[in-house]
Write a protein that binds this ligand. Structure first.
Ligand code: SF4
Ligand code: SF4
Length: 235
């Protein structure tokens, strides 16, 4: 029902599935029936996505957003015809840009994995409601998106500090933490959506969860090394 429901993930999935262009149609700005003004969310999402597309070498013209009312059938037809023509000119996705098919698939997969992280880090801008067109042009910059990718945050559990209290494991929203009683906990980086919940949840007296920016995550320790021998067990 609402353009605001169109998630960044939907757009990237369409491109991953080989769509050559994606069009998002929303109600006119400031004419939303609800206090949520979801069309602004859609606009901000599209602006971020277009910069992401540029970052991975895709032509941002493949993604367009337009606003119109349900009574503007003629305008809708004109816009769609124009967009269809534009997409045809751009050619097949990736081919038009001269990107290798596998490289494009791999880049789209990497970006898709970072969606929850990007939405978290850019939540204020994504929820913004600016008035001037120029402000929207400047909302996201290529340098900013570039930095976002370069300085991407990862979370790691320090095996020397983890006390296997299991708090982080219980709170992780995507079951990315493996642990158990007397087992040093480890984060599965493939599953982790970088929400930071474990970092906040780990008791300060342990401080075992580390936040790493723009650097590789230390390799996980072996299964044998993960068992914690308590002092009482040693006696
Ligand atoms: S950052 Fe979030 S998703 Fe990743 S391990 Fe911690 S709680 Fe789970
Ligand atoms: S909350 Fe901290 S100490 Fe407890 S299991 Fe997780 S990383 Fe280890």
């Amino acid at each position: 029902m609402c353009a605001g429901r169109v998630d960044l993930a939907f757009v990237l999935r369409a491109f991953s599935n080989g769509m050559d262009g994606v069009f998002v149609g929303g109600c006119r700005l400031n004419e939303c029936n609800y206090a949520t003004h979801g069309n602004y969310h859609a606009l901000n999402m599209v602006l971020l996505c277009r910069k992401i597309m540029e970052r991975i070498g895709l032509n941002p013209e493949r993604l367009r957003i337009e606003f119109m009312s349900g009574a503007e059938g003629i305008l809708f037809t004109e816009v769609i015809n124009d967009f269809g023509k534009k997409v045809k000119e751009l050619g097949a996705i990736g081919q038009g840009e001269g990107i290798d098919r596998h490289e494009l698939a791999s880049n789209l997969e990497k970006v898709t994995k970072l969606i929850p992280y990007m939405k978290l880090v850019k939540r204020d801008k994504l929820a913004s409601r600016l008035n001037r067109e120029q402000d929207y042009k400047d909302l996201f910059t290529l340098e900013e998106v570039d930095r976002l990718f370069r300085e991407v945050i990862s979370y790691h559990i320090d095996p020397d500090k983890c006390q296997a209290c299991m708090i982080c494991l219980k709170k992780c929203p995507v079951e990315a933490i493996a642990g158990g009683k007397n087992r040093i906990h480890v984060i599965d980086q493939e599953k982790c959506i970088k929400c930071g919940t474990c970092f906040e949840a780990c008791p300060a007296r342990f401080g075992a969860v580390q936040k790493i920016s723009g650097e590789p995550v230390p390799p996980p320790i072996s299964e044998e090394e993960r068992t914690i021998i308590r002092k009482s067990q040693k006696q």
